[in-house]
Ligand binder design. Structure first.
Ligand code: V47
Length: 448
């Protein structure tokens, strides 16, 4: 006779979602996930509170495999922080310096050109460039930065996608260009983004979102734009056909409910972006009609059901643009910041938060485990818990230094591919827009 342990006390990790959970509270959530139904904030709380963290990871993994199969993406990129001088003093930040302070730097175009040359020689397809809110640089510095990256790469017979400027910087640029009007901010944001796009801007990174909550904002990053303005910048970028990313900086003074609200605000913004691109809702699944968004009447548009075509570049070469591509949960690093007394999130909390992001953000095509902040070994676990991207070769990274390491933080392609394979996935080199990169010697091209 075999003894079957009740699920709640079994110490064996279930082999598949179908094998059952150690916490029965996950069963109704699993049914929704299987149907591609949107999870509520209460569901999110269950996912945060359950002791069965492996069950949460299994659920996220099932969604990730449905959307991306065995593919796990990386890119060859370089991060270029053009200046660390910043008018703000966010408590969580160890990156900023005041103008003239020891360690403050601002890169000139000669430096930028040299970085671009190195990037092209190293086979990069992307430059990711962000910086502090410099009080003195003119608006032309930023358009020059973008066009210098684009044109230097072209002069070398290559192309570099310029992913640059967080929403916070975009609003700062509107101010220094003297076009920012509080009562007409959308048009001032549109003016800035249009100029940057003309100069060669390809997309916006996801930084500066932190946690969309006024209490947390006022306590930890007062002076930064609030959530409504951050969302406006991304909306205008989408309307101009630019893809963007979104981050969530967690593990400092926010609580888990505030993280869930942040995720909910992002998925509503994505509902709007996808509706603009012609995605429809509410969706019929298994005879049920999925609920629309009750507050603003917008339908929930999910991308997690089997066979749903993801926005981006289709196999037929068709392209849709103007939406959030990737959610990037960023764990807080206390070292060197004003919040140094806080412990920062644990490894298990990082794993759980990333898995929950995959489950809650059902309309974000991609989830990134940014290896620089998560570490490469943790990113491997995260690939099995909802992540389908690990970012790229990076090379220099000034914003956080894990374990006191220097700003030189680089992995080569071989190490990224090995880490991905070891986690059980197929490494796929992508460009910024998630098109596959095919290489032939020193040259490369993208395929659908
Ligand atoms: O906006 C600052 C965060 C962000 C700390 O879009 C910190 O592909 C942890 O946005 N501990 C910048 N985080 C990084 C970022 C990013 C990174 C990788 C890829 C992409 C993308 C975007 O870093 C900032 C802030 O939220 N940050 N200080 C800290 N002490």
């Amino acid at each position: 006779m075999t003894t079957v342990l009740p699920a709640a006390v079994s110490s064996v990790r279930p082999l598949s979602v179908a094998a059952g959970f150690r916490d029965a509270a996950l069963e109704p959530i699993a049914a929704k996930v299987a149907d591609g139904e949107r999870l509520t904030l209460d569901d999110g709380q269950v996912l945060y509170n359950t002791r069965d963290v492996w069950g949460v990871c299994e659920l996220a993994d099932s969604v990730r495999r449905r959307m991306h199969g065995k593919a796990a993406y990386f890119n060859i990129n370089r991060h270029l922080n053009y200046s660390n001088v910043c008018a703000l003093s966010c408590k969580f930040c160890e990156f900023y310096r005041k103008d003239g302070q020891d360690g403050a730097y601002t890169r000139d175009m000669e430096y930028v050109r040299a970085e671009v040359r190195k990037a092209v020689e190293g086979g990069a397809t992307e430059i990711h460039s962000v910086g502090g809110l410099h009080p003195k640089l003119p608006f032309s510095y930023y358009t020059d930065l973008v066009s210098t990256i684009r044109d230097t790469a072209r002069d070398l017979g290559s192309e570099l996608h310029v992913k640059a400027f967080t929403a916070v910087e975009v609003v700062h640029l509107a101010r220094i260009a003297k076009v920012y009007k509080q009562d007409d901010r959308v048009n001032s944001i549109r003016w800035v983004l249009s100029r940057l796009k003309e100069a060669g801007l390809g997309s916006l990174p996801g930084g500066g979102a932190e946690v969309f909550d006024d209490r947390v904002h006022d306590e930890a990053f007062k002076g930064k734009i609030r959530s409504d303005v951050w969302l406006d910048v991304h909306r205008v970028a989408h309307e101009l056909g630019l893809n963007t990313n979104a981050t969530m900086l967690y593990g400092h003074i926010e609580d888990r409910q505030e993280r869930l609200v942040h995720m909910d605000m992002l998925r509503r913004a994505q509902d709007r972006a996808l509706a603009r691109l012609g995605y429809a809702g509410p969706q019929h699944v298994g005879g049920k009609v999925l609920e629309g968004d009750s507050e603003d009447g917008l339908p929930a548009i999910t991308l997690t059901r089997p066979g749903t075509k993801l926005p981006g570049v289709g196999a037929d070469g068709s392209t849709t643009s103007g939406f959030f591509q990737t959610i990037i949960p960023l764990p807080f690093f206390p070292d060197g910041s004003e919040l140094e007394h806080l412990p920062g999130p644990s490894g298990l909390e990082n794993l759980r938060t990333l898995a929950i992001a995959r489950l809650m953000l059902d309309n974000f095509p991609h989830v990134k485990a940014f290896w620089i902040m998560q570490t490469l070994p943790m990113s491997q676990l995260m690939l099995q818990a909802g992540a389908n991207d690990v970012d790229g070769t990076v090379v220099w990274y000034d914003i956080t230094k894990v374990g006191g390491s220097s700003t030189h933080q680089e992995v080569n392609v071989w190490a990224l591919q090995k880490a991905i394979r070891e986690a059980g996935f197929e490494p796929v080199e992508r460009d910024t827009l998630y098109r596959r990169v095919v290489r032939d010697g020193k040259s490369w091209k993208v395929t659908a």
